[in-house]
Structures are given as C-alpha cells and as structure tokens.
Design a protein around this ligand. Structure first.
Ligand code: ADP
Ligand code: MG
Ligand code: ZN
Length: 473
C-alpha cells in the first residue's frame, strides 16, 4: 500500500522593527554585549506596563496581505505560561484568542506544477532570550527577549519535502521583498508537523512535531526520515506512533522524542489584562496597503506603460537590484526606455562578461544617470558612453574623470571635425575614387577612418554630413 505524507508548518520570523514588541529597547542585532538591550519591561519585572509596537502590527498586517489573508480588525494579546530560564516573565505574550491574520493562501511552483498552500493564521508574539552554556555554568542573555516575531501557521497542505522547501523560499522572498523581515540566515525557524496516511484516504494520521528547524538541508532530511519512521511504524509495527514533540539530530540523521505533545491547557492561555486589544481601522489598513511595494507583475505593467519593451520589463522585475536602479534613474530624470536598455543590455551585459550575475550590479543611480544624460546630450557618443560604463563597473572609476582623462568627450566642434575628415579623405584617394565611381559603400571606410582617428568621440551624424559634402564636390 502506498502512503501519502502530510505536513503543516509553523514558521517564526523576526520582524524588521527598530525596537522590541512592548518596550523601547533596540533589537538584539544592535547589541554589542549580552544583556545590553534590556529594561524592566522586557525582563518581566512585576508592575511594568507593555506598550504595543505599532510598526510590528503594521508589518504583521503586511505579511497577511502578502499571503492573501483576512486581516482581523480586532486583535488581542494573550499570555502563554510556561517556565524556562530564557523566559524571564514565565509567560510569553502571544496571540491566542484573536490572531491578527487568518485564512490565507500562497501559491508555490513545484516540479509537479503550481500548488496552493493554505495559511491557517499569522500571529504576533515575542521571542525568548538565549541561553549560553559553558563548561560549568549556563548564562542567560535577554537581548533577544521580547523581540517581535510573527508565526505563520499553514494548513496541513504539503505533500512532500520539495513543496516545503519551495514554500519556505517563496515565503522568504515575499517577506524580504515587502520589508517585513530580513530573514537572516538561521532567523527563520520552523516547526514541522508531519503525519502519513494510506494514499486515497482523507483522515489525518497521528502527527509528530519536529521543533526549531532552520537549515533547508536539514528540513528536507528530517521530513524524509520522519516519514519513513511513520510508514515503518504503520506497515511493520516497529513502534507505536504517538503525538509528540521531537528534535532532529543533525549528526545521527534521525529524530528523537523530546516530550509528549503539550496541549493548549498546559499553557493556561488567558488574555493579557495589561494590553488593550488592538483595533485596526479601515483608514489604518488602507495606509498599510498603500505602503506595500508593487508586486512584480504590477511593476512590470508599470514599466511597459512607460514604454519599456515587455521582455525587458519582465527581465528587470525578476531582480530587485535592477528594478531599484531603474526606478532611481527614472526618478533622476532619465527616459524609461533608454534607462532600461542601458541596464539590461549594457550593465548586465558588462557584468556577464566579467563573469558576474545581475544581482552583483553595484552602480550608483547618479553615476548611471550621468552617463545616460551625457550620451543624450551628445557629449558622449553611445559607444564612448558604454566604454565609460565598462570602466565604472569593472574598476569603479569616476565617470567624469575617466572620460576626460581618456579624451572620450565628443568633439562636436564642426571645424575640428572637418579638419579630421579632410585628413582622412586626402589619405584615402582610392576610397574617394570608388565612391565617385558609384560604389557609395566606400564612404564607410572613410567614416571608419575618421572615427578611429577620433577614438569614437565624434558625433556620427555630423561626420557623415561633412563627408557627404566633401565627396559631392
Ligand atoms: P496545535 O495548536 O496543536 O499546534 P494546530 O492545529 O495549530 O495545532 O496545528 C499546528 C500545525 O500542525 C499546523 O501547521 C497544522 O497544519 C499542522 N497539522 C495539524 N494536524 C496535522 C497532521 N495530522 N499532520 C500534519 N500536520 C498537521
Ligand atoms: Mg501550534
Ligand atoms: Zn526592554
């Protein structure tokens, strides 16, 4: 009999706020020393009153919008009581009765096609501190205590490790894209709930929960190993499956039982009497929505409406570095279509030739705008502009100094151009004669000679005109 694996994820991510969830202490990343960022409120001293961080609420709402959730207008904070040394208040403030976002869905692209993963809820809660174990003692660092997190809980909709990994990658890029979380390495922590059931049946099997996983490789290994353990238990009666919490051992490559699954009653959830319910008004919700970045398809549509070819627009929106550069250069006053072509054809092309990828593009918008405007003002030819850009991207030179030192600024003074044309015409009597005998293509050789002499800095249209005049005499 075949078995189907069923997985639901609870993912914790740290919100990109400047201060903690209920006090004005800075986030733990701003700390130099252990316990640098602590105050009576986040240390759980009796009598301290928490004040909800508005930014944390806004970021949680944004996460809900990114994941197509319903936003609860009335949301509350509740106490989850348990004792552990990294939790100074002996309770964690979380959202139990009225979580901020519910009933969402997210699409993930897998090798089996597009899969829709339901989001059960997103709630806001505070992180715990950190224990540092040394040889003879254990130390506690409260810098991370009360740093705001969101926990994103999916429905049991995953059917393979691949789907889980793709979901986590999609989630990470969405959260980073909207400025909700930096999702630093190891800062996205998942609890994996897993069960198996005979293929074709609907009833959920007994589940186990593997706690606190952050590496994608380990997540994949843990899921595959745990599924095999469940199937063996059902098929070959190797053990009795019980609902429990387990941990993954990355060395032994297997899960171990940690404790029986705790139930809600164990935590004695109750509304925190010190924190007023947060009410999200329609106006506030609209403000948060207005502050969301455009999705890539909205952004591509905007670029197309500015005259950028569809193919280029699609290419630019896949790489935030490129779209940010384009937006900035347009904001500085560049024509959208011209700027886009400089970015896609020139910047990315030059990077590729240097063995790099688009993501690695590092050019100030002002620098690119300088080159683009010098070219459109005919102070640099397109070719000279590109040469400057190559030097900027490859060697980080200053475009103005580089162009000056290498005599790249255009020579549009027609007297000077005429001088050069005359010299080239005199030096190439054969080409002149060919031209006069009807081989009009011969002018190209003369044109090339003039350009070489000027090292590409002459205005092509002016040179052409001068040559035509000379040859018609
Ligand atoms: P609890 O409150 O006990 O943690 P939840 O209903 O919030 O339970 O579910 C926690 C996570 O476990 C969710 O992601 C859910 O999709 C998942 N889950 C629940 N039952 C199962 C199951 N039988 N198999 C796999 N995942 C499950
Ligand atoms: Mg849970
Ligand atoms: Zn504090």
């Amino acid at each position: 009999m075949g078995y189907e694996v069923v997985i639901g994820l609870e993912t914790h991510v740290e919100l990109s706020t400047e201060s903690k969830l209920f006090c004005s202490c800075g986030g733990h990343s701003s700390a130099d020393e252990p316990n640098d960022c602590v105050c009576p409120a986040c240390c759980g001293m009796p009598g301290m009153l928490p004040v909800v961080n508005k930014k944390a609420i806004e970021l949680a709402v944004k996460a809900g919008l990114m994941l197509n959730c319903k936003i609860n207008k009335y949301t509350t904070f509740d106490k989850k009581s348990y004792y552990y040394p990294d939790l100074p208040a002996a309770y964690q403030t979380t959202q139990w009765f009225h979580p901020i976002c519910v009933e969402g869905a997210v699409e993930v692209e897998t090798s089996q096609g597009t899969r829709t993963i339901g989001i059960k809820q997103i709630h806001v809660e505070e992180d715990a501190g950190k224990l540092v174990h040394t040889n003879d003692s254990s130390l506690v660092d409260y810098n991370r205590t009360s740093v705001p997190l969101i926990e994103i809980v999916t429905k049991p909709d995953f059917r393979s490790a691949e789907e889980v990994i793709t979901y986590l990658k999609t989630l990470k890029s969405k959260l980073q894209f909207a400025g909700i979380s930096e999702c630093e390495e190891g800062a996205m922590r998942c609890d994996i709930n897993i069960s198996v059931r005979p293929e074709g049946t609907d009833e959920l099997g007994v589940r186990t929960e593997i706690k606190n996983m952050s590496s994608l490789t380990s997540i994949e290994e843990a899921i595959n190993k745990e599924a095999i353990r469940h199937i063996d238990a059902l098929e070959r009666f190797t053990e009795e499956l019980v609902q429990e919490t387990r941990r993954w051992d990355d060395v032994k490559k297997r899960t171990f039982s940690m404790r029986n699954k705790e139930t809600a009653a164990d935590y004695r959830y109750f509304p925190d009497p010190n924190i007023m319910p947060v009410v999200i008004s329609d106006e506030w919700l609209e403000e948060i929505k207005a502050d969301m970045p455009a999705t890539t398809s909205e952004q591509a549509a905007k670029y197309v409406s500015l005259g950028i070819p569809e193919k280029e627009a699609a290419q630019i929106v896949t790489e935030p570095v490129l779209s940010q550069l384009l937006d900035s250069v347009i904001a500085l006053g560049a024509d959208a279509k011209t700027a886009s072509s400089w970015i896609i054809t020139d910047c990315v092309g030059i990077l590729r030739r240097n063995g790099k990828v688009a993501k690695e593009l590092d050019i100030a918008p002002e620098t690119l705008f300088y080159i683009i405007s010098k070219v459109s003002d005919n102070e640099l030819t397109r070719k000279a502009g590109r040469n400057v850009l190559v030097a900027v991207i490859s060697d980080g030179v200053d475009p103005k100094i580089y162009a000056k030192e290498n005599n790249l600024f255009s020579q549009n003074d027609s007297a000077a151009l005429e001088e050069v044309c005359k010299k080239i015409v005199e030096a190439n009597p054969q080409a002149v004669e060919d031209y006069k005998n009807g081989k009009t293509k011969a002018i190209q050789a003369l044109f090339g000679g003039v350009m070489r002499e000027l090292r590409g800095t002459g205005d092509p249209a002016v040179i052409n005109k001068i040559l035509l005049e000379m040859l018609s005499k």
